[in-house]
Design a protein around this ligand. Sequence first.
Ligand code: SF4
Length: 148
Amino acid sequence: MLPVTLEDDLLAVVNDPATTRHAWADRAACLNLTGLPYFPDDGDVPPADALERCAVCPVAPDCLASALRYEAVDGCRNGWWGGCSPAERDVIWEKISALVLEPVELPLADPASVARSLRARRWTVSAIAHELCCSERTVYRYLAGPAA
Ligand code: SF4
C-alpha cells in the first residue's frame, strides 16, 4: 500500500498531461538497457538488479503513471512499471482511479502553458528547455509570462 502522501504525488503525475508525452523517458535509469527485464513471463519477477534500478530511478512515478494511464484505456496490465507489478498496479489504481481526471492534450501550440505545467511539477528549467527544444532563456520568458 502506498502512503497517503505518495498517493497524492502519484495522482498529480497521473493527472499531468505531460506524463503521456514520455519526455521523462530520456531520464529513465533503464534508458540504455538491452533486453526486456521488465516483461518477465506471467507470474515471474524481474531480476533483482532491474528492480533495484527502478528503486532509484528519478522518473519512476512518471513510468508508473504512464502505465496506469494506458492500462485504463487498454483494460489489461503487462510488465513492471515504476517498480510495480501488475497486481500492485491493480491495488494502486483501485485507490486513485476515482480522482483521475479525463486525459487532456498538452497545448503544444502554446509552449508557455507546457512550460508552466512542467514547472508546477518541479521540473528544472533545463529539463523544460530540453522537453520544449528551446533555450533556458526562452523557458524563463515563458514562466514569467501571464498564465493562460
Ligand atoms: S522505473 Fe524502472 S522501468 Fe520505469 S523508467 Fe525507471 S528504471 Fe525504467
